[in-house]
Design a protein around this ligand. Structure first.
Ligand code: AMP
Length: 173
């Protein structure tokens, strides 16, 4: 399946969850077995020999891709979650959204010393979420090797916020 065919499996939902937002719906991509498998294979091939010791997935769509990727790489999965979900001691970060603010948390003891972390989420938009997640991961002692996304909305220039951290995306719009 070409990357164009993968891109065509992502469904556009206009005006969700707010007027003016063109929501990229990945359920139509992950609902297609060969497409889901290919996404995970492409990511696994990219990260197999990169010395990754942990995958950090961003709640909740980052978990969908992070879990099979961590399994394939033979490393653990660290969840970066919305507030109040993680039961042990956490670090928390608050970040600005287009309207209002959001929070993310990570367990303080999520990583072994020297952890080399691959961070994954479904989609890079403005970059606010991933900047906050990266901050948390570093606070918990992880070194971020790369930030991976299935989809990147290039016109929002999220990449610029993240420089010089390496970024990879499979599908660009
Ligand atoms: P941002 O912090 O702006 O990079 O937004 C990234 C987060 O919001 C990701 O976790 C995405 O799942 C979600 N998101 C933002 N914009 C969209 C969109 N147009 N379609 C689907 N998800 C989006």
């Amino acid at each position: 399946m070409s990357s164009r065919e993968l891109a065509d499996l992502v469904r556009n939902i206009p005006d969700f969850p707010l007027p003016g937002i063109n929501f990229k719906d990945i359920t139509t991509l992950i609902g297609n077995g060969p497409a889901f498998q290919q996404v995970i294979t492409l990511l696994t091939d990219r990260y197999r020999d990169r010395g990754i010791t942990a995958v950090a997935g961003i709640e909740s769509r980052g978990f969908i891709f992070g879990a099979p990727l961590a399994l394939n790489l033979g490393v653990g999965l660290v969840p970066v979650r919305k507030p109040g979900k993680l039961p042990a001691d956490t670090y928390q970060v608050e970040y600005a959204l287009e309207y209002g603010t959001n929070k993310l948390e990570i367990h303080r003891d999520a990583f072994e010393p020297g952890a080399q972390v691959l961070v994954i989420d479904d989609l890079l938009a403005t970059g606010g979420t991933i900047v906050a997640a990266k901050q948390l991961i570093e606070q918990a002692g992880g070194t971020v090797v790369e930030l991976a996304f299935v989809i990147e909305l290039t016109f929002l220039n999220g990449r610029e916020k993240l420089a010089p951290c390496p970024i990879f995306s499979l599908i660009q719009y």
